[in-house]
Design a binder for this molecule. Structure first.
Ligand code: ADP
Ligand code: ADP
Length: 229
């Protein structure tokens, strides 16, 4: 489960000013699609439309063949996980931050759920560990570590589709290899859409689409696009 499809999607925040001019792509279940292109090309807009933050003016967006305009917001939220751009962490342990949203869950329950969602190693990959307190004086998680915690929080719900908006995260504090490592870990079993600034951060994507001014101007695998450069 988890096929994502855009069919000739037309959209403008202001209906008088179209931003996406007929965008079409399919991400087969379990595959990774990367969306790259210059600032203002419409990459984040695609991510927002998948969550139905806005209604489209033409075309169709579907998940597993079902038009998303016909499903409830609640059902959409259980299918699609988003990693928030500006994640707010609680002044508590990494474990607490990851388990937030499961009210009353014990550390053992969170760990069991993390194992079930295959993210236990991902969490333990944090250099400072699961019991680390976030936000304590003298202890700072790096931008990448914070994002790992935010991603783990989303992954714990085990959504079949995950959307990662890298283009809008604190890029200066992250290395490309860090992003690649995160992508490799999380995209294994689920459909993943990643918005990125540069081609070099999404080497492993099954397909890459290059956006410019609301249109897909190129698509292919990393090797094809680099050769075409
Ligand atoms: P990208 O993610 O590729 O940088 P965006 O999808 O954020 O591009 O933006 C595409 C276009 O839509 C830009 O011209 C931007 O100014 C415009 N835009 C983005 N968000 C809004 C909004 N909330 N209201 C109006 N215009 C917006
Ligand atoms: P991004 O980091 O996605 O490129 P921006 O820095 O362009 O976003 O914009 C930051 C916020 O302002 C976003 O929430 C976006 O939706 C909104 N925004 C961007 N462009 C416009 C616009 N032309 N009119 C209104 N809101 C906008």
């Amino acid at each position: 489960a988890g096929e994502v499809r855009f069919d000739h999607v037309h959209f403008g925040y202001d209906p008088e000013r179209e931003i996406l001019h007929g965008v079409s792509f399919t991400v087969p279940a379990g595959r990774t699609l990367a969306i790259v292109g210059p600032s203002g090309a419409g990459k984040s807009t695609i991510a927002r439309l998948l969550f139905r933050f806005y209604d489209i003016q033409g075309g169709r967006i579907s998940v597993d063949g079902q038009d998303i305009s016909a499903v409830t917001q609640q059902s959409l939220r259980s299918t699609i996980g988003i990693v928030p751009q500006d994640m707010v962490l609680f002044n508590d342990t990494v474990g607490y931050n990851i388990g937030y949203g499961r009210e009353g869950a014990t550390q053992e329950e969170i760990e069991a759920a993390a194992r079930a969602a295959s993210i236990h190693d991902f969490i333990m990959g944090l250099p400072q560990g699961y019991d680390t307190r976030v936000g304590e004086r003298g202890l700072k998680l790096s931008g990448g570590e914070k994002q790992r915690v935010a991603i783990a929080r989303t992954l714990l719900k085990d959504p079949p589709v995950l959307v990662l908006d890298e283009a809008t995260s604190a890029l200066d504090s992250r290395t490309e290899t860090e992003i690649q490592d995160v992508l490799r870990t999380i995209s294994r079993r689920r459909t993943t859409l990643v918005v990125a600034h540069r081609l070099s951060t999404v080497v492993d994507a099954d397909e890459i689409i290059v956006m410019e001014k609301g249109r897909i101007v190129e698509r292919g695998r990393h090797g094809d696009l680099v050769r075409a450069d």
